[in-house]
Design a protein around this ligand. Structure first.
Ligand SMILES: *Cc1c(COP(=O)(O)O)cnc(C)c1O
Length: 229
């Protein structure tokens, strides 16, 4: 079974990377990125014990969530439009990983308040400062930090990044180090513990684990090549 073999290999690679880095065994969570893959594939991962899945687009998540067992947990890892925040929170998504602006954070805060819940989010950081990319710049996040922390009904769990593609996994290391250091600086400022660092994908997740990722987002290494047709 391809998917189950892949999952087992990835779990072993994560455990080995935790060991190399002197981290607590099991301190990294594997998020299976199931975007574009059918429920039959996701069920294979489920059968191998995988419970946490990530989707980019709300529409696709809304189709898959009811089709999968209820003990699955779902994160939205793609850019979120403000007009989709309410539906996303109502769908029972447990973490919005790609909150990329104060405007979006404020909208989530307001809607979570209307729904009577606390929304768990990560703030997306544009660590390599590419103009075209989503996310807070590291300086911008420092500047907006006090205002972000003051927003009600939000549980800001940590930071995430999607670095520019690199030729080798090692090439992504500086971006991961950058995100980790930024989280350390923000923790030092207080008042949030910021336990989560979401970084690393199929190509570079072992390097991300070495640099302190608590969530790695792995898609194609589990499910195979994506077909966007
Ligand atoms: C698609 C996607 C991933 C997974 O990418 P793979 O290279 O298939 O592992 C991770 N994070 C985000 C934000 C994505 O959009």
């Amino acid at each position: 079974m391809y998917i189950q073999d892949q999952l087992q290999e990835i779990r072993a690679n994560i455990a080995a990377a935790e060991k190399r880095a002197g981290r607590t065994p099991g301190s990294t969570t594997l998020l299976a990125v199931s975007k574009t893959f059918p429920v039959s594939d996701i069920m294979q991962a489920y059968a191998d014990g995988q419970r946490l899945f990530g989707e980019n687009r709300l529409q696709e998540a809304l189709e898959k969530i009811p089709a999968m067992p209820t003990d699955c947990e779902w994160h939205i890892i793609g850019p979120l439009q403000r007009n989709k925040v309410r539906k996303t929170l109502e769908a029972g998504v447990t973490l919005l990983q790609a909150v990329d602006s104060s405007k979006l954070a404020a909208a989530i805060s307001r809607i979570a308040g209307e729904l009577g819940i606390t929304a768990r989010i990560l703030l997306e950081v544009n660590v390599d400062g590419e103009e075209s990319k989503h996310g807070f710049t590291p300086d911008g996040l420092q500047e907006e930090w006090d205002a972000l922390v003051a927003l009600p009904n939000l549980d800001i769990r940590g930071l995430m990044c999607i670095p520019a593609p690199t030729a080798t996994a090692e090439g992504a290391r500086p971006a991961f180090v950058h995100l980790r250091r930024l989280a350390e600086e923000l923790r030092a400022r207080g008042p949030l513990p910021l336990p989560e660092l979401s970084m690393g994908m199929s190509h570079d997740y072992t390097v991300a684990v070495e640099e302190g990722a608590t969530i790695v987002r792995v898609g194609s290494a589990i499910f195979g090549k994506r077909d966007y047709a």
